[in-house]
Every structure is written in structure tokens, then in C-alpha cells.
Design a binder for this molecule. Structure first.
Ligand SMILES: NC(=O)c1ccc(NCc2ccccc2N2CCOCC2)nc1
Length: 246
């Protein structure tokens, strides 16, 4: 996987390239990263890459030409297909399903907007997909881009190592995660659920699945809409619903 970010703030991406699982995977060569700064494609001496909005209004808009050139340069560095993703509040919601689809791409180019946004004509001609990480606004597309990258990287083989498999991530099975505990066995007078100390792996797995179903039902019931259930899940849901009915 070759990620490129078209960004005015390349140093921000150190958060992923210098730290944690993503940083280690980069050093191991499990993925590649580079940035393109639109400022180097400004066609004037002063490096202007933004200008006032037609129609008036506050702030500045990123100009089309430098972005088009930066995207073209990024694409020229890709072997095979490349996909340009624009992070914006107007994008399609990022879900596990969409992350899994992106993880199949060999080359992803992430366009990070600043100022008040980007000239629409770049989006129409050079952006393949517009994605939002949530219904809120942040100052630039870099943090959303890094969240997308991290979510994709966790799905790449070997990035998480054999200790953790991504399918255990909640959302991978379409459910919220179960509660987790570690030592001490009693903290602040609170014990750990007995079943987790039992060593009975089938019962532990069933307890964890039941807890995930309970949490999903109470916190995000809409996630269960349209989801198929295994016989075990259906049985557990039945028991939970009965319990809540009385
Ligand atoms: N939900 C998201 O994925 C998300 C993504 C980006 C983003 N901001 C960058 C941005 C990108 C595109 C358009 C406007 C803007 N903004 C620039 C700064 O001013 C506000 C508008 N915010 C939230």
C-alpha cells in the first residue's frame, strides 16, 4: 500500500509515520508514504495557492491549478491504479466496510483541504471519492486523512502482527466491542466478571459475544438493522430481548 498525502502540512503525518503500530509497519516496509505540497506547484513566485471566493464570503479557497498539478505528480509516482480520496464534511460516511474496500487499493492519494475548502472544479475532475469521518468540522483534512490511513493500515496483513487480528476489532463483525479487564483481579473494590477467570474458553467467548450484543443493542441499535445473525447470536439476542421485555 502506497499512501500519498497532498497537504500544506506534511510534518503532521509524523503522528502516523513516527509512532505506534503504523510507524513500525512503515519501518518494516509493510506500507509506503510520501507527501506532495501544493505550494511547490504554485504558478507564481510567491507560492499563492489560495484566493478569495467568487461570490464573496469569509476566508479563502484553495485554487484548482496547484492542486491539479500536485495530484498529477502524486499519480505519476504510482505503479498501477491510484485512487484520489478527498476528506470533507460533505463526503460519504467512513465505515468499516468502506475502510475494507480502500484497503484493497494499491495506491491511495489523500487530498487534504485547508482554508475554507477547495475549488469545486478540482473535485469534479480529479477526485475519485469524497469521504467524511463524521458529522463535524476540523481545521484541515490532515487529521481525517490520518484516521482513514490508520484504519486502513490495521487491516493490512502483518501490520497488527499475529498477536491481534483486525477482525477482532469491533465493527469488523458489525458489533461494538465487549468490556475488557486486566490485573488486579479486584480494583477499587470492584471484581472482574467470574467467567473471565474460569479458563472455560467457550463460555468466555459466549460471554464476550453476549456483552457485545448487549452494548450494541443499548448504545447503537441501528447497527443491528439488516445484519445477519449466527444461530448463537440469535439465541443470545433472544435471551437479552426477553430479559429487557419484562
Ligand atoms: N468530517 C470530516 O471528515 C472533515 C474533513 C475535513 C475537514 N476540514 C477540512 C475541510 C475539507 C474540505 C472542505 C472544508 C474543510 N474545512 C476547512 C476548514 O474550515 C472548515 C471546513 N473537517 C471535517
Amino acid at each position: 500500500m502506497f499512501f500519498q498525502a497532498v497537504t500544506l502540512f506534511p510534518e503532521m503525518f509524523a503522528a502516523l509515520t513516527e509512532h505506534g503500530v503504523s510507524g513500525r509497519a512503515l519501518r518494516q516496509g509493510l506500507w509506503r508514504f510520501d507527501t506532495v505540497n501544493p505550494r511547490q506547484f504554485a504558478d507564481n513566485r510567491l507560492g499563492y495557492i489560495d484566493d478569495r471566493p467568487f461570490g464573496g464570503g469569509p476566508g479563502m479557497i484553495m485554487m484548482a491549478a496547484p492542486l491539479q498539478a500536485a495530484i498529477g505528480f502524486a499519480r505519476s509516482r504510482c505503479q498501477g491504479d491510484s485512487r484520489v480520496v478527498y476528506l470533507s464534511p460533505q463526503g460519504a460516511p467512513l465505515t468499516h466496510r468502506r475502510v475494507a474496500a480502500l484497503a484493497q487499493q494499491p495506491n491511495l492519494i489523500l487530498l487534504c483541504g485547508r482554508y475554507e475548502g477547495v475549488d469545486e472544479r478540482v473535485l469534479q475532475t480529479h477526485v475519485d471519492e469524497e469521504i467524511s469521518i463524521g458529522d463535524f468540522v476540523v481545521s484541515g483534512g490532515e487529521l481525517p486523512a490520518m484516521m482513514l490511513m490508520d484504519a486502513v493500515l490495521r487491516l493490512l496483513p502483518d501490520v497488527l502482527g499475529d498477536s491481534r487480528s483486525a477482525e477482532q476489532d469491533s465493527f469488523a463483525d458489525g458489533l461494538l466491542d465487549c468490556p475488557h479487564y486486566t490485573r488486579p483481579a479486584e480494583f477499587d473494590g470492584m471484581p472482574v466478571p467470574e467467567v473471565l477467570m474460569s479458563g472455560n474458553h467457550a463460555k468466555i467467548a459466549e460471554w464476550r459475544l453476549e456483552q457485545s450484543l448487549r452494548r450494541t443493542l443499548s448504545r447503537r441499535p441501528e447497527l443491528l438493522d439488516g445484519r445477519m445473525f449466527s444461530p448463537q447470536e440469535a439465541r443470545l439476542l433472544e435471551r437479552i430481548r426477553k430479559e429487557q421485555a419484562n
